[in-house]
Design a protein around this ligand. Structure first.
Ligand SMILES: [Zn+2]
Length: 52
């Protein structure tokens, strides 16, 4: 199963792992806003990457 990871460059950690099947690209903005907004507000750089 393939996963999409949200990684915070500034905290150097993975914030969340989401199954690609249930979380399409289009939903990621929403998830970042609702779950990881604190990082965004502090100016952290979040990247999305694929993993297996
Ligand atoms: Zn962060």
């Amino acid at each position: 199963m393939a996963y999409r990871e949200i990684y915070c460059v500034d905290c150097r950690r993975i914030l969340g792992r989401y199954n690609i099947k249930y979380y399409p690209e289009s939903k990621m903005g929403e998830i970042i806003k609702s779950c990881h907004d604190q990082h965004v507000r502090e100016g952290h750089e979040l990247v999305q990457r694929r993993s297996k």
